[in-house]
Design a protein around this ligand. Sequence first.
Ligand SMILES: *[C@@H]1O[C@H](CO)[C@@H](O)[C@H](O)[C@H]1NC(C)=O
Ligand SMILES: *[C@@H]1O[C@H](CO)[C@@H](O)[C@H](O)[C@H]1NC(C)=O
Ligand SMILES: *[C@@H]1O[C@H](CO)[C@@H](O)[C@H](O)[C@H]1NC(C)=O
Ligand SMILES: *[C@@H]1O[C@H](CO)[C@@H](O)[C@H](O)[C@H]1NC(C)=O
Length: 296
Amino acid sequence: MWPQRLLLAALLSLTILLTSIFFFTLHYSPGSSLHSSESSQELVPQPTELRLLIGILTRFGTIDRRHLLRLAYSVQPSPTFPAVIDVRFVLCNLTSSDQRLLVSLEILRFNDIIILNCSENMNSGKTYSYFSQLPAIFPDTEKYDYVMKTDDDTYIRVLPLVSSLRARPRHDLYYGFVVPCMSMDPFKGYMSGMGFVLSWDLVEWIRESEIPKNNTMGPEDKVVGEWLRLGSKGKNRWCEKPGMYDYPGTNGRCSHGLIEETVAVHRLKRMDMWVRVFEYFNVTKGVKPSRMYHLD
Ligand SMILES: *[C@@H]1O[C@H](CO)[C@@H](O)[C@H](O)[C@H]1NC(C)=O
Ligand SMILES: *[C@@H]1O[C@H](CO)[C@@H](O)[C@H](O)[C@H]1NC(C)=O
Ligand SMILES: *[C@@H]1O[C@H](CO)[C@@H](O)[C@H](O)[C@H]1NC(C)=O
Ligand SMILES: *[C@@H]1O[C@H](CO)[C@@H](O)[C@H](O)[C@H]1NC(C)=O
């Protein structure tokens, strides 16, 4: 009976290992009691310095992309200061019992799904649904300092992002890649939908004000810039260039070569582009030799 017991023990520890990997990596919280190795070193938990929600707007059908993104985020290093960074996939209403079953599986395993009250075949308004519904989803005790909206064709490097955000004001902040592409002035134009950040007070404003409610149609990123202009909001702005950009060669002057100080690369439409990005940022350099595989 020994081999069976061993197998059982091995399976059990593998399950625990996998669970902890995914738990920790999709909810980076160094310094909090949730991460045992950290908490045993530091008996006094440090106050969280920054709470960031990264919402990836996506649709039910892109489950393969969600898995790729889960991999991409789960191997990223955590910030060296106490921070909570939650990565969530944002969907509208599911439309069949099959969809509900499959997404329930994802929720059981990853717990990283937000389903808004909206309809996916609506051409516009999902970004409004996202920001305006967040305050009801996250009550005051769970609210974030910053909320990012991004897409499933954007690769975000969490460490450079939070290092940059850490130095920004926590209120009335509008952060991202300003459009037009050659502009460096965040007070004109708007932040590209590749990935922009609003401070929580602006999220609450979007929920309460009639300005966004009355202007939900049109290109979602441009529309957000318009809300803030009409409401005289976003007194604090930051243009993260050249750290945010479109993948080389995909979008004229909005694109440039991959650079070390990257915060976000957008327009990753094909697998070979993701591969180039993973290669450039050395994301697999931690792979150890093993008898289980050969990678040459
Ligand atoms: C969801 O949205 C629909 C249509 O916009 C609205 O009629 C309904 O009241 C909303 N439901 C909830 C629970 O907010
Ligand atoms: C989304 O689903 C909820 C619950 O089934 C429903 O109450 C709501 O009206 C739906 N919203 C839209 C916009 O279809
Ligand atoms: C929004 O639309 C409503 C209804 O059409 C109108 O009464 C209100 O004045 C509008 N608010 C703003 C800020 O435009
Ligand atoms: C990736 O690793 C190479 C070789 O160690 C190094 O020269 C390069 O700077 C690294 N790239 C980044 C983006 O850190």
